[in-house]
Write a protein that binds this ligand. Sequence first.
Ligand code: PEP
Ligand code: MG
Length: 837
Amino acid sequence: MGTSAPRLDILAPLSGWLVPLDSVPDPVFAGKMVGDGISLDPTSGSLLAPVGGVVSNLHPAHHALTITTAEGVEVMVHVGIDTVMLKGEGFFPLIEQGQQVSAGQPVIDFDLDLVGRKAASLLTQIIITNGETVARMQPATGMVDAGKNVVLSLQLANGKDVLQAVVGEPQLSADITIGNPAGLHARPAAVFASKAKSFGSDIQLLLDGNEANAKSVVAIMGLSTKFGDKVRIRAQGDDAAAAIAELTQLLNDRCGEKADEAPLAPAAAPASAQQQDSDTQLAGVGASPGIAIGRIVHHRLQEFDVPEQGKGANVEQQAFARATEEAAAQLDLVKAQLTDPAKQAILSMHQELLQDPDLLAQTYTGLADGKSAAWSWRAAFSAYSARLEAQDNALLRERANDIRDVGRRVLALLAGVKQASLELPAGSILIAEDLAPSDTASLDPSKVMGFCTRTGGATSHVAILARSLGIPAICGISQSALKLPEGLQVILNGNEGTLAIAPTAEDLAAAEQEIARLAERRASEAKSSMQPAATSDGVRIDVVANIRNAADAREAVAKGAEGVGLLRSEFLFDNRDTAPTEQEQAAEYCAVAEALGKDRPLVVRTLDVGGDKPLSYLPLPKEDNPFLGLRGIRVSLDRPDLLRTQLRAILQAAPLTKLHIMFPMVASLEELRAAKAILAEEQAAAGVTDVKVGIMVEVPSAAVLAARFAPEVDFFSIGTNDLTQYVLAMDRGHPQLAKQADALHPAVLAMIALTCEGARAHGKWVGVCGGLASDERAAPLLVGIGVTELSASTPAVASVKATLSRWSLDECQQLAKDVLALSTATDVRHYLNQHAR
Ligand code: PEP
Ligand code: MG
């Protein structure tokens, strides 16, 4: 038999839709004063025994009964709310008190119509009235069939195991630090809520005096937790202790989120210069790259006429249950047509929202007040989406769109309006105020050439989906796009974030040519990607790759990378609770080195954490201004033990490759000297001499003083992502500043030029490993300024190499001279576009 506690399954006594008990519009049931369990919105009128046992109580009004099982568990079924007032009218008992019944046996018939009309609600509660017999309760969700599906799965307490916790005494966890880089955003919140729902206890998540229902995704997101926040869990009920233990563990495990899965700043969005509207073009933010020609098709969100007054709580409840059920089925259908698990996950989250206890509770409150289901539901989801929209976390703001999306789906069903489907003619350019993520997911890339939305940013699900579908897209387009005539032929440029609205025949021909040229070019670049990178007059430039691990290294080499210019070592060891040992680290560095071999360079950057890069095993203190706080080398010098371990591990890879060690975020010579002193000691101890040492140039002070750093380093590598942020004082993850935080800003280029000058005077080389190195248009400019190594993202390696082969060094230098004289990022982009080859 083993020692596991016995289980008891409670069958659905009626067919219908399950509803969490705390959303029942009756404080006695919702407050679990009778006991814990579940509620069901019935569609059948013959009540079946949910368990076998003795009918220990049959209410004289025949609307409720209790069955006591052989294990001593008392299961009460209470049909409807306030049905006691009917004094038995419409109820026909088929059994007597004291009678033995078996599970599934019909016990009470009732007139569904009559009871529905006369009672406040038909919601039927299935409750365990002696909770002390139960150690754990797992409620089901969704639609159930009477006598067939389980509604509650119980793990029974065996005597001494009976809950020590007294129901009514809340229990509190210790502080738990949120380790999710982007806080509890949609996905981890959904995982957490779903786990919380498996407990019968009332559970709240507490943060700084605010609390959220732990079973509600929208409530958890509304708490707006951030990486490093300290939260607590409060639980009250039979299984409170287990709930706290398991949910604490879940939070410590970051709700299953790997660090590199967490959505971070909108770095993936293409940088586009700030464009202006004119008579012939409208401008927004490039959300997904590429050029498309097509005809405008407007997608307008329908307005729903929703009556405030309901037709009775019961009728409205049933309508609501049908609508949410249908919405879930529709989402299943859309999901089944998708192959990308990331897109499916977005729709699963929408399904989770359909069962969110806070959204449901607020809706049911409206119903209990006599409002219609549509009115109550709209009020509920609008309030929650508005709450998310007011958050200072861009990711959570974007999720407001998901709530509206699923909200409108149910609303359309309640209003009996068929939502205009997104079946578009071939060659469409879609224009919408807002595109629902579920609509975007189902777009057919063979018909939709591109789309523009008024709202949304680079982190929106709409933008992410567009990039994964490979559809050029613009977000944040001006209002006037919504008024463009249907069928108008336009050119959408997702690289620039522009929509040409009055293209001439020449413009169209040029765009067509450009589309064809790009397709052809990509194909031919791929063919020559293994050639050594050089200018047309044979000057060698190293085109290498940015990587995170050995698998990336292998892929990079296969795609033509001539080495690695940046191994972001922090990614190798994220997602763990303790610092990796020297041997664990060495194994990883050696694997990368082996993938490259002895003839290719490997630049390993020491741990670069802080700012936008948290590290799970190294909780850093919360800072008001983390980008100006303990970051990069500052952390390593603060924790020399970690730095020493890492350096010893890196040095083990020296015999396998051309090893370079690079320190990140260096702002002063003292920092460089301190780090080098530690490295020298470790090198001496390990007997390794052949290692090059360099710094990242990401802080303006390092660029300005490059000539003074140069004698003390072997190389520089410019991190244009951070350098841009620090030169322009613009947060690299700020969605509204995405257009302006442009690495081609003349001030950033001037810093690059200063670095090259300083390095040249001492015969040292300069590379670029920030995002600018992946921009093929910038490649000849950087080489002209004096950069001799470009460390690009692997997919960009072939195009950067091919571009360089079209320019001689003289031409690159002339280009640099011209560009360095320009005054704005827009001018620079324009110039580079005009001179692109
Ligand atoms: C940079 O800042 O440009 C860089 C390459 O470093 P990271 O993006 O990892 O901060
Ligand atoms: Mg950086």
